[in-house]
Structures are given as C-alpha cells and as structure tokens.
Design a protein around this ligand. Sequence first.
Ligand code: GTP
Length: 333
Amino acid sequence: MFAIVLVGGFGTRLRPLTEHAPKQMLPVCGIPMIEWVIGHLADHGVQKVGLAMGYRPDAFVDAYPDGRIAEIPYQVAVENEPLGTAGAVRFAVEHFQTEETFLVLNGDVLTDLDIGSLVRFHHDRGAAATIALQPVDDPSSFGVVTTNRDGQVKEFIEKPEQSFAPSNNINAGTYVLEPSVIEQIPAGRQVSIERETFPKLAAEGALFASPSSTYWLDTGTPQQFIQANLDVLKGKRNKRPPLPIANFHQSSIITESVIGTGSTVGVDATIERSVLLNGCQIGSKSTVVDSVLSDEVRVGEGARLESCVIGFGQRIEPGEILIGERRPDQDSI
Ligand code: GTP
C-alpha cells in the first residue's frame, strides 16, 4: 500500500526547534520523528511512501540520500507554497499519480495504530474516506467526530470549545482515502482537510471513522514533544531504541529526561522532565525543568530554566533565570 506523509508544515508551535529543522527531523530518543512514523508504516505492510513537503525539503533528502527511510523507499512532492493539509494531498496524488486506495498521515503523530484493521474497516463500508479516531481528555484543540453505529461520520467539528465538544473522539491524523476524494479538493489554493474536506464529505455521508485506543500522541507543542521522548524512554511504545550516550556527573540529579549524544551535565545540576538534544553543556548547580534545549546549547553555572525552548547554539549566562522563554537559534539573532 502507498502512504502519503504530510511533512510540509512550518511547525510554528515548536519554534525555535523548527527554525533549524522541520518538525519531523527532530529526534525522539535519538531517532528522527519521521523514522518513527515511517517505521510504523513498514511494520504494517506499507511498501512505499510519498513525502508531501514544503518547508525545508532538503533536510529530508540530505538525511536520507539513498531514497529510503526506515527501509521503505520514498519519493517527494514539493509544494512551491504551503497548500494546507488537503491541498497537499491533492498535489501529492497528482504528482505521484496515485490510482488506488492510499493512506495519508500527519507526519507529527506517533501511534501504534493497527493500520491493516483501519483499511479493512474502510473497504468493508465502501467508504470514500475513513479517519482513525482517538479518545482524548480535552478534545478542544482537535477535530471532534461523532458517528452512527456503523462508523458513518455524523459531525466533524474542528477545534470546538470544550463545553461544546459533542464527543471525546478526535481525528487521529491517519486517513484511508480513495483517489476520487481529490475531486472534492479545490486546486491551486490552500485547503484544510480538517476544516473543509472532512466536514463536506461528512455532510454527503461519504466519511467514516474507526475508533482505536492504542498509543497515540500529537507532538506539535514543546510539552508534547517532551512527552513523546518520555513515552519511548518509559517503554510505552512497541519499540525502544538504544539511548543516546551522554555524560553526567554522578552528583547530578536527572529525572524523566532524555539527554542527547555528547551532552554533559555538571556537578550538582538538576534536569527534570526535559529533552536536551546533542552536544549540550549544562554547568554545575544549574537547573533545567520542563524544557527543550536544541543542539549545542550551553547553560552557565547556577542558571535556572523552566518551561523554556532554547534554540541551536545558545549561551545561557551563569546565574540567569529564564521562565517560559523561547530563545531563537544563536545564528539567527
Ligand atoms: P504548527 O505551525 O505548529 O501548527 O505546525 P504545523 O505547521 O506542522 O501544522 P499542523 O500541526 O497542523 O500540521 C499537521 C501535519 O500536516 C504536520 O505533519 C505538518 O507538517 C503537515 N502540514 C501542515 N500544513 C501543510 C502544508 O501546507 N503542506 C504539507 N505538505 N504539509 C502540511
């Protein structure tokens, strides 16, 4: 089966991490997110992948020059300007000349979803489009879906206020589509699959949805990105890669954190619920909590970072206290 993976977004909520690399190239426990996404597809019988790209397309091609990601061959469709989640699907289907049932995935969702069973569900109902559903506690920042008993979608409401959400089942960002669906997507402009295409298909009775309650995480915000790393660390996923090799002083206190290769943590430093990418240096007696540090960040002695996202190569002065700050990459100042 062929899968189109959407990787063309700017990833604004993860800035400055996404100024340096597209979201899907950020490492989750040392492995780029795209390898987690495509590796999962490989485990479920997908033989070929098309990357629907826009922002920083070279980053993928440079990282995987042999035309394979997680052992699956990939092709690329590069939009000249962002076409939105549905516009990108239309562009990719035309570019790849897709003529059979295909999958679409948001490239920033990590899941252990049983894709084979989603595809069977789709064919059993003769659906034009089928979306995977996931129950969440707060559906207000997602597309909320209600169905009848057979799985036919009655309502698809993008980002309702929590008190108005008619269900806790949300669009999980994995779809099975028939090529005919692209006729419903206007050409040559930005089109959102969540705001335009799915509500329209639902109104026509052509949209189905299949519930699942397996591992699922949207990685779009810094806290969700930290969570993605911790979930792998704690063994909540099917796979657990070898952890990166970092160097901690034995007096340091490190809890619920992933520290990248070549990073060092000094005497009496504390790292809590944080992700440090590669080559970071954490000075003695400093504290990093609920934060993400990009590659090669240096934190001076006795500094404190809380709920921060720090860009590539930044220097945090000794004793500096930062709460809720986003510092851009050093080279973009
Ligand atoms: P934010 O700017 O933080 O909202 O992130 P984002 O740009 O990634 O947007 P969002 O999380 O809504 O996107 C969901 C998925 O669709 C991600 O995998 C994006 O890379 C992808 N995506 C979003 N917009 C486009 C687009 O215009 N073209 C393509 N090819 N992919 C897109």
